[in-house]
Write a protein that binds this ligand. Structure first.
Ligand code: ZN
Length: 138
């Protein structure tokens, strides 16, 4: 058994981290607490936490075949919400439990996510078109 603990972050695809990031930091007053290149996912990400602990995660492609580049191309060149991440208490139990319930997983084993979290994506066919990331922080 596992539990969803809350919305960990919302992943937003952007074409330019610096330009679009200023909306979140300057207009909304969030603090950008860091950037990280996640080579495996071909993205550069920035973290913009809100006071309740949920974060806005901005994602810029670092290669033409990045999932973020594909998302923006499919979205007529515009960015937008690419995924929603739910924090879980036990990611391995979550993957096993969801699979037992017939939910299709993109990741059947946890993998490395930005900020050092363990993450796994649910296949959007099983979540009615929404790309859902499960994540567990150590
Ligand atoms: Zn994410």
């Amino acid at each position: 058994m596992f539990k969803v603990l809350g919305v960990d972050h919302i992943g937003i695809a952007v074409s330019d981290l610096k330009e679009t990031g200023s909306f979140w930091t300057e207009a909304l007053g969030l603090e950008c607490t860091g950037e990280e290149v996640v080579a495996e996912q071909k993205v550069k990400t920035s973290f913009n936490p809100t006071p309740n602990g949920s974060e806005i995660e901005l994602l810029e492609a670092t290669a033409d075949d990045s999932p973020i580049a594909k998302f923006i191309a499919k979205n007529n060149g515009r960015g937008g919400i690419q995924h929603i991440a739910l924090r879980v208490d036990d990611i391995e139990a979550a993957i096993a439990d969801l699979q037992a319930k017939g939910v299709r997983m993109i990741d059947t084993k946890p993998r490395y996510g930005a900020g050092g979290a363990s993450i796994a994506f649910v296949h959007p066919k099983s979540s009615y078109g929404v790309l859902v990331e499960l994540c567990q922080h150590k």
